[in-house]
Design a binder for this molecule. Structure first.
Ligand code: IPE
Length: 247
């Protein structure tokens, strides 16, 4: 089984509020279908969640509850709208997908629901969302990837992004890391871009990638804007960054 995250930067246009990249998402769904492997799917929120969550400071806990209640409803609504669009793309490609939202919070029943779906031959799809965990917070798709990788027998985790992989220095095109161990990844310094979005961009992603690789699952980071790369990655051929699992 493969666990795949379709990043918000690929399936949406992060520059425009609530803009769905339909053509790209439909192609990625076709690539997943034609690769023909069992999959669990996670997707990000992109412009259907980040601007809304930031506007209402949902990643800071309850700081202005009266106002934030509207923000919780709006953010959850927006990510559900995006999820329906992704579901349409997956179903169009012939994937028997079912949606399992993390709202209002993640507990054992979330995993149970995903396991029941897999057992019956369905493909669970979950997504980054706002959650009420005693307070208010944001659960990113990256954290959901960690949960799936831990709870299922997963052979590989694939992060589909809008860049070619992990760069030692994002400013230097020649610094793409093609393959590394998780220990080597520890040595790479990531400039935080926490201001950019509510789940801290690539720095947050790398933290989850390390977690997954340490738990014994290979992680690949690829560019979903380049046709064929997702299908190849599902089949074990990676044009991007391969983080070897910790053995
Ligand atoms: C963010 O999820 C969820 C919300 C902001 C509601 P992700 O952090 O996984 O989304 P992307 O992939 O960066 O867009």
């Amino acid at each position: 089984m493969i666990v795949i995250k379709l990043g918000g930067s690929v399936i949406t246009d992060k520059e425009k509020d609530s803009h769905f990249n339909k053509r790209i998402t439909y192609r990625l769904a076709e690539e997943i279908a034609s690769a023909g492997k069992k999959a669990l799917i996670v997707h990000g929120a992109g412009s259907f969640g980040h601007p809304q969550a930031k506007r209402y400071r949902l990643n800071e806990g309850f700081v202005d509850k009266k106002r934030q209640v509207e923000g919780i409803s709006l953010t959850h609504f927006s990510v559900r709208v995006l999820n329906l669009k992704v579901m349409e793309a997956l179903r169009h490609a012939g994937i028997p997908a079912v949606s399992i939202p993390p709202f209002p919070f993640i507990d054992e029943s979330f995993i149970e629901k995903a396991k029941v779906a897999v057992k019956d031959g369905l493909v669970p799809v979950t997504f980054g969302d706002v959650v009420l965990d005693g307070n208010v917070s944001i659960i990113s798709g990256d954290i959901l990837m960690e949960i799936f990788a831990r709870e299922f027998e997963v052979e590989r985790a694939i992060f589909v992004t809008n860049v070619d992989g992990i760069y030692e220095d994002p400013e230097r095109k020649d610094s793409l890391i093609k393959e590394c161990t998780v220990k080597e990844l520890e040595k790479v310094f990531f400039k935080g871009n926490a201001g950019a979005d509510v789940t801290s961009g690539m720095a947050g992603k790398v933290k989850s990638i390390k977690e997954i690789a340490y738990s014994g699952v290979e992680v690949d980071v690829i560019n979903g804007r380049k046709p064929g790369r997702l299908k190849d990655a599902i089949n074990g051929i990676v044009a991007g960054t391969r983080v070897r699992k910790n053995e």
